[in-house]
Design a protein around this ligand. Structure first.
Ligand SMILES: Nc1nc2c(c(=O)[nH]1)N[C@H]1C(S)=C(S)[C@@H](COP(=O)(O)OP(=O)(O)OC[C@H]3O[C@@H](n4cnc5c(=O)[nH]c(N)nc54)[C@H](O)[C@@H]3O)O[C@H]1N2
Ligand SMILES: Nc1nc2c(c(=O)[nH]1)N[C@H]1C(S)=C(S)[C@@H](COP(=O)(O)OP(=O)(O)OC[C@H]3O[C@@H](n4cnc5c(=O)[nH]c(N)nc54)[C@H](O)[C@@H]3O)O[C@H]1N2
Ligand code: SF4
Ligand SMILES: [Mo]
Length: 727
């Protein structure tokens, strides 16, 4: 028997990367156990999580992609032939060179998703190749808050929740009970036991809302009005921090004047939240400093109202004195290690190429990025560029189909399953089918991979080292060692990008022979070796607070904020300059349509899944076997639909089938899960792993014309829909 050894490694089945102890024998994983001596350090966290428990099955699951594959026969026919990595890379490089010659480098797009992997090698390759067309999910995840906070405060922030210090907590459009179930959820449980005010804004009475002392059941998509209502109470009742506002806020009077329009009765009429609850929420938050505010996808997915909502929340935090204050939030620092921006090599992309980015968005564009950076540079801070300048996905799909404004002929997909997770699955499907070259780097044969010309086997959790850096927006890196060498012919995604780069004239930019060597190099400025880092799996410094008051030795003046005015920009001249609203002005939501009288939420998270992942595991499917559509009892009654019955959910774009679940939530609202497909069904056309059955994104769209003109945010929550019995 091979000798067993114990390796300290990490889980990566969600963004956390909790510490694991792996038992390894003869290069094979035998067993994993939680390792609470590593981040996040609390044994109760992993006790509550189911996903790490499938690690042993995950690493050698019968469906894993183990060898490079090339399509045989028709696209989507499910027939593949094996080839070597070198053959695959040679063929892909040759095809890319040929397409580039014919159409120009912008004919290549890439597609990435959530925080599953390290993405800078992809960006580096694409920048050097010369295409601005990366498709991300940022416009509905991360970018709205990152851009708002950078514009308003001069940089991004971390919200804090410390049961001992925090006086009140406001959770807005986020449900850590399902989406986190880890460190933050633990902190929230502990906080709720103190009996201090906990306010939750969510159309559904989630398990997070169950803990709340005050639940505000807001109608989907009306949050900007609600947030302005809270600001109105805080202003009218003078509950704000006058010293901070006077010294450190720009445009308070103009904001105050605007809030007068949002009286509690008016807000109640628009949002469905009773007027007295609007008042109570504002008082609880403002009178119990330090008060913390967390926001989530609930408000990052409400189209043109996401941005003003985030702006109003940023104002609430600031004027109540809860910015850069212990127990509330802190403005993060540039990393001591090499930031993602420099690893991406984004600054090398020529102006002419930048101008070809699809989507002339005002902020999520090179021009918008440059304008924000002009100010953050006052504190030497530079945001990562690629994700914040991603192309508007809808325009990329359309360019594939129409050749307008220029042809996009090939796509490389890494660590995402766009047929399930990008809006408008039908459009994405048509677009992918039309390509000359589709390459997918994957662990599993997803519906997206089923349509590929080449599928490359990626090394996943436990098979590759990890270094998560929040895209270089804070001085925090966590991760650690792989447990085993990749099984079969799997390789870290880094090897793919390097391999392609080496074949396409990028030799001098890929000096590292391995992923780990590249990661180690990026840590070098900290003075830590890779081994130093792996000892704790964490590099960070304790946060400092009220940094705006720190005196700059050169000028003898306080540092202030890295914004145009040096203050918190309640009124943003920069936004006005970019053609946006300088104040948080709510947009009128799309009118209800007679044929689609209900309001749809797509994608509220459920344990134990993560987006479209983990449907392959019987142990997890047993916990949550069916995709559900939730409605209130009154709505179910009115429609004559019974709990547990099959229903069609329909929008102007398509329909999908779910099991009805009666839940406590706003009336006339439907909430469906997202990411559902059936890996046990045939991995080929026409079913493509059951992706057309209960796919929430058959219902959504991200049409450029109706998306937010600043960030490109589409409406995933608050969509007009109808609900009918399915036979
Ligand atoms: N309707 C609706 N749509 C949504 C959302 C919603 O709320 N509603 N949420 C959106 C949000 S916020 C996000 S972030 C996205 C998430 O969407 P995606 O990022 O597409 O997430 P997954 O569906 O989990 O797909 C990740 C894929 O990456 C593979 N993978 C995991 N690790 C690696 C790796 O190291 N390398 C490679 N090459 N592959 C790997 C997994 O096998 C899996 O198939 O969905 C978005 N789409
Ligand atoms: N289990 C699991 N965990 C995950 C993921 C997963 O797919 N599965 N995805 C990960 C990713 S990529 C992300 S970005 C995070 C997201 O994490 P969260 O932001 O916490 O996302 P959700 O859990 O979907 O919570 C969003 C909440 O917003 C509510 N909501 C819907 N519409 C509205 C609205 O109009 N206004 C308000 N105020 N609320 C609304 C929904 O009812 C839902 O409860 O989760 C991560 N964690
Ligand atoms: S919370 Fe669970 S899934 Fe996420 S990293 Fe930790 S153990 Fe893995
Ligand atoms: Mo996300």
């Amino acid at each position: 028997m091979a000798q067993e050894k114990c390796v300290r490694t990490n889980c990566r089945f969600c963004g956390y990367q909790c510490g694991l102890k792996a038992t390894v024998a003869g290069g094979r994983l035998v067993k994993v156990e939680p390792d609470p001596s590593q981040y996040p350090g609390d044994p109760s966290i992993q006790r509550g999580c189911r996903r790490w428990r499938v690690a042993e099955e995950f690493i050698d699951h019968p469906q894993r992609v183990n060898f490079p594959l090339k399509r045989k026969g028709e696209r989507g026919s499910g027939q593949w032939q094996r080839l070597s990595w070198d053959e695959a890379l040679d063929e892909i490089a040759a095809k890319l060179a040929q397409l580039k010659e014919r159409y120009g480098p912008e004919m290549l797009a890439t597609c990435i998703g959530g925080p599953h992997a390290v993405f800078w090698p992809l960006h580096r390759f694409l920048n050097l190749f010369g295409s601005p067309n990366n498709v991300g999910i940022g416009q509905i995840c991360w970018n709205p808050a990152t851009l708002v906070n950078s514009l308003t405060y001069g940089w991004t922030i971390e919200s804090e929740l410390d049961p001992e210090i925090t006086g009140a907590a406001l959770f807005w459009g986020t449900n850590p009970a399902e989406s986190d179930n880890s460190l933050l959820w633990r902190q929230l449980l502990n906080f709720s036991r103190t009996g201090k005010p906990l306010i939750v804004v969510d159309p559904r009475r989630t398990r997070t809302a169950e803990l709340a002392t005050l639940w505000l059941p807001v109608r989907p998509g009306t949050d900007a009005v609600l947030a302005m209502g809270l600001l109105g109470v805080i202003v009218a009742e003078k509950l704000y921090d006058e010293v901070f506002v006077t010294r450190w806020c720009n445009g308070f009077e103009r904001l105050a004047e605007l809030t007068a329009r949002f009286s509690p009765p008016y807000v109640a009429g628009v949002t469905g939240v009773p007027a007295e609850k609007v008042v109570e929420a504002a008082r609880l938050f403002a009178r119990n400093s330090p008060a913390t505010l967390f926001s989530g996808r609930g408000i990052d997915q409400i189209g043109p109202n996401s941005f003003p909502t985030q702006r109003a929340l940023a104002a609430i935090r600031a004027i109540t004195g809860n910015l850069d204050a212990p127990g509330a939030s802190h403005i993060t620092e540039m990393p001591d290690f090499i930031p993602e921006l420099d690893l991406e090599l984004s600054d090398r992309l020529p102006a002419e190429t930048r101008s070809k980015q699809l989507g002339k968005l005002r902020l999520q564009s090179y021009a918008g990025y440059d304008r924000v950076r002009e100010d953050t540079l006052r504190h030497g801070k530079r945001l990562p560029m690629r994700y914040l300048t991603s192309a508007q996905p809808n325009l990329v799909w359309r360019a594939m189909l129409t050749g307008e404004p220029y042809p996009v002929r090939s796509l490389i997909v890494m660590a995402t399953n766009p047929l399930l997770t990008q809006a408008d699955s039908r459009l994405v499907y048509e677009a992918l089918k039309s390509l000359d070259l589709l390459v997918v780097l994957e662990l599993f044969p997803t519906p997206t991979a089923m349509l590929a010309d080449y599928v490359l086997p990626s090394a996943g959790a436990l098979e590759r080292p990890l270094l998560e850096t929040k895209a270089g927006t804070s001085n925090l890196a966590y991760g650690g060692e792989k447990a085993v060498e990749p099984y079969y012919e799997r390789r870290p995604d880094f090897d793919f990008w390097r391999g392609l780069g080496m074949r396409l004239g990028q030799e001098e930019f890929w000096p590292w022979e391995s992923f780990q060597a590249a990661l180690a190099d990026s840590l070098a400025p900290t003075g830590w070796t890779w081994e130093d880092f792996c000892r704790t799996g964490l590099y960070t410094l304790p946060p400092e607070y009220r940094k705006y008051e720190r005196v700059d030795e050169r000028t003898g003046l306080p540092e202030g904020f890295a914004t145009a005015s040096g203050k918190v920009e309640l009124y943003s001249g920069v936004l006005a300059e970019l053609g946006g609203e300088p104040l948080p002005v709510p947009k009128t939501p799309a009118a209800r349509q007679p044929d689609f009288p209900l309001s749809l939420i797509t994608g509220a998270r459920v344990q134990p899944y993560f987006a479209s992942s983990f449907r392959q595991f019987d142990m997890l499917r047993a916990v949550h076997p069916e995709p559900q559509a939730e409605v209130s009892a009154a709505t179910a009654d009115r429609l004559g639909l019974a709990d547990g019955s099959a229903v069609w959910v329909e929008t102007e774009r398509g329909r999908a089938r779910f099991t009805l679940k009666v839940a406590t939530m706003c009336d006339d609202t439907v909430s469906v899960e997202y990411g559902w497909w059936y890996p046990e069904t045939a991995p080929s056309e026409p079913g493509l792993g059951g992706m057309w059955v209960a796919n929430a994104n058959v219902l959504t769209n991200a049409d450029y014309e109706t998306a937010d003109p600043l960030v490109g945010t589409a409406t995933y929550n608050g969509l007009p829909c109808r609900l009918t019995a399915a036979e």
